[in-house]
Ligand binder design. Structure first.
Ligand code: SAM
Length: 268
């Protein structure tokens, strides 16, 4: 069973995930590469936004990328093919019913997926069973509660809170980044280490202002406008004012901050 996916599968969302991945490659992936010959499971690959980086950083590894959405997988495969990588195979599968034998992977990689699951702890247990002894898991998640900015704006905070509430209503958790350590430890992983990865954006970093503040974070908030209003969480005017204020943080005197969390653990 899965939770409703709050961001949906619209083409604009695919574009947003690609912008997000492109902007954050260095911050999130620079310390992830797998040895030649190792087997890697990417669980919840979506449209392949991270898959291309995984394939590039670990050219000798054999990567299996799964997602529950056949349409997303198609897009992911096209993206990986277009980039010329041949070390990835795709398979449609549910994380809670993965069609692999126990202990069949050396490494597992999960990015921006646990936040959408009703039972993230159970997902981690299921993924752990697929790891060989000594294998590693890497999990990357955001935490919308880590968002702060200048000029501060109650309207912008209100719009962000709508996403937190919608995701909660769908069974997910937009504040899961802060829970990675206890989740990994409770799932029985050893040597768990979580590192915060802060995105700091001011106008001296126009690429990040565009790629992250505008096209990733604010685009994500804009994407839930319809559901936030129709579910009675906010008035249209307040929501739109919040989005305007998020854009406002990309002006010359504006600042935007967000923290991702990257956790790694080992199976004994
Ligand atoms: C926010 S996207 C992240 C995609 C990709 N990892 C990335 O970082 O761009 C979350 C993905 O998890 C997938 N997903 C959600 N529940 C799933 C489940 N139970 N099994 C497999 N995939 C799932 C969704 O279809 C979606 O593609």
């Amino acid at each position: 069973m899965t939770s409703a996916y709050v961001h949906g599968y619209h083409p604009r969302e695919s574009e947003r995930l690609r912008d997000q991945a492109g902007t954050l490659v260095e911050l999130l992936h620079s310390d992830t590469s797998y040895p030649a010959g190792s087997t890697v499971l990417e669980a919840g690959c979506g449209v392949g936004a991270q898959t291309v980086t995984l394939a590039r950083n670990s050219p000798g590894a054999r990567i299996t990328s799964v997602d529950i959405s056949a349409d997303s997988l198609k897009e992911a495969k096209a993206k990986v093919d277009a980039a010329g990588f041949t070390n990835v195979q795709f398979r449609q599968a549910d994380i809670f019913a993965l069609p692999f034998d126990p202990e069949s992977f050396d490494h597992v990689f999960v990015c921006f997926v646990l936040e959408h699951l009703q039972r993230p702890a159970e997902a981690l247990l299921a993924l752990k069973k697929l790891l060989k002894p000594g294998g590693s898991i890497t999990v990357i998640e955001g935490d919308h509660g880590s968002t702060y900015f200048h000029p501060d704006s109650p309207a912008a905070r209100g719009a962000i809170q709508c996403l937190v509430k919608l995701q909660q209503a769908a069974g997910g958790n937009a504040l899961i980044g802060r829970q990675l350590y206890p989740l990994l430890v409770e799932a029985g992983f050893d040597a768990v280490h979580v590192s915060p990865r802060m995105v700091y954006v001011d106008s001296s970093r126009p690429d990040l202002a565009d790629g992250f503040t505008r096209k990733t974070f604010t685009a994500m908030i804009k994407g839930i406008r319809g559901s936030a209003i129709s579910s009675g969480l906010i008035e249209p005017e307040s929501f739109d004012a919040g989005v305007d204020d998020l854009y406002r943080t990309t002006e010359s005197d504006g600042v935007f901050c967000y923290t991702f969390f990257k956790g790694v653990g080992e199976r004994q």
